[in-house]
Design a protein around this ligand. Structure first.
Ligand SMILES: [Zn+2]
Length: 424
């Protein structure tokens, strides 16, 4: 396989970003890096409320955001740029060719995981000195490579703008992990004028040289933080005066795990975390559950979500405690449009390095690009999501995760060829 002209840039930017990962909604340094790069290329860059609807942000922790802004300042991000961001991360690059044609959106996610990177020499990034410099945070899903791919395609489009017609929007989306960011980006209306939408993920279940042009089985999901509020009392003197939030939370867990399977399709439910109580001899006042449901279709997921809400309400009532349910994330299902799948197949057949094109492979997880894709499809636009295969070490979201960086060349060639065909 011959290396593309952007090969070195693809890798060096990926490794640069890899060293300073930022979790969802805190990507201020990352956004600043992207914005500066795009402006140097000559792009108009939209930020803040123009691309993220503040009231539709899910799972955004104001404390983490405030800390991250201080970190960004300390790392030299200019106040003027931070002001433009309006405490919201992510940005959209816009290239208007000035010639009549379609509007095409490409979407790349930019956040990292809460994973501690493997510091041992067996792990390439640690051995070569470009591992994460932030304890407990790591680009362990490859979004660093998504950003470098987005910036490389931005450069390609600018260098080839005389051959393109219509408008290009490159969306750098915050907070994909926990499927928190896309709903707010969609609600900003930024993709409402798009005729085509494309996005992709590196690696997953596909090896280097493999492209999955029609993954299926994107699970709809809803993420909830559930809290119970009890009343404290001395556990020996008058437990009867207390209201036990911990007991409510425990009952809630077993009931949630007992939501019936759905006859019409796959379901999932997981309670991933429980925190509760204050001390040995105090009736517990506070309890919190961090959980999620998934369903094969929107309807099935809605069944899981409604059951969850019923159970929480019922358990709270039975223990006479208060409760609060907060939606923290959401993704929907997706069916790629045939027009784009056919085009992707044909592009792949002519792309150096592509050995195998796969169809109907089960994605098996959730991805919030689906919300943006669905938004484009809802007004008659076409959307597709593909998996860019890459040999990887370690699983996604683990401390050993790494990719075969040569696959980024393939991804860039696919995106640029798709733009040539869509914007001609
Ligand atoms: Zn990911």
């Amino acid at each position: 396989m011959t290396q593309c002209a952007y090969h070195d840039q693809l890798i060096s930017i990926r490794r640069q970003l890899h060293q300073f990962p930022e979790e969802g909604w805190t990507e201020f340094c990352t956004t600043a890096f992207i914005v500066k790069h795009l402006r140097e290329l000559g792009y108009e860059v939209l930020m803040g409320e123009k691309v993220v609807s503040r009231k539709d942000c899910l799972g955004r922790d104001p404390k983490l955001v405030a800390q991250a802004i201080e970190t960004a300042k300390a790392r030299g991000v200019e106040q003027a740029l931070l002001d433009e961001m309006q405490e919201l991360t992510g940005c959209v690059a816009v290239l208007d060719t000035g010639r009549a044609g379609p509007t095409v959106a490409l979407r790349f996610d930019i956040d990292c995981n809460n994973v501690q990177e493997n510091p041992s020499e067996e792990h390439r990034a640690s051995k070569e000195g470009w591992a994460s410099k932030r304890p407990g945070l790591m680009h362990a899903c490859g979004h660093d490579s998504h950003i470098s791919s987005g910036l490389a395609i931005a450069r390609w489009a600018m260098e080839h703008k005389d051959e393109l017609k219509g408008k290009l929007k490159i969306v750098f989306q915050p907070a994909e992990e926990g499927v928190r960011g896309a709903a707010a980006v969609a609600a900003s209306g930024i993709v409402d004028d798009c005729d085509y939408f494309l996005s992709s993920h590196i690696a997953m279940m596909a090896k280097s040289g493999e492209i999955i042009t029609s993954p299926v089985g994107f699970l709809c999901t809803t993420k909830y933080d559930i809290s119970f509020k009890g009343r404290p009392a001395h556990a020996g003197i008058e437990p009867n005066a207390g209201r036990n939030a911990l007991a409510a939370a425990c009952h809630c867990v077993t009931q949630l795990l007992g939501i019936p399977r759905h006859g019409a399709g796959m379901t999932r439910v997981n309670v991933g975390k429980i925190t509760a109580g204050e001390g040995r001899n105090v009736i517990p006042v506070n309890a919190k559950l961090v959980m999620e449901v998934r369903g094969e279709t929107g309807e099935i997921n809605q069944f899981m979500a409604s059951e969850t809400e019923n159970i929480v309400e019922g358990v709270a009532k039975s223990f006479s405690v208060g409760y609060h349910i907060e939606k923290m994330g959401e993704a929907v299902d997706l069916f790629n449009d045939k027009e784009l799948v056919d085009m992707l197949d044909d592009v792949c057949a002519h792309t150096d390095g592509v050995k195998k094109v796969l169809h109907e492979v089960n994605f098996g997880g959730s991805e919030d690009a689906t919300i943006l894709a669905r938004r484009v499809q809802a007004h008659g636009g076409k959307a597709a999501y593909f998996v860019l295969g890459s040999d990887r070490t370690g699983g996604h979201h683990t401390s050993d995760f790494d990719i075969d960086e040569n696959s980024l060349d393939i991804g860039l060639n696919i995106y640029s060829e798709m733009l040539k065909r869509l914007m001609k």
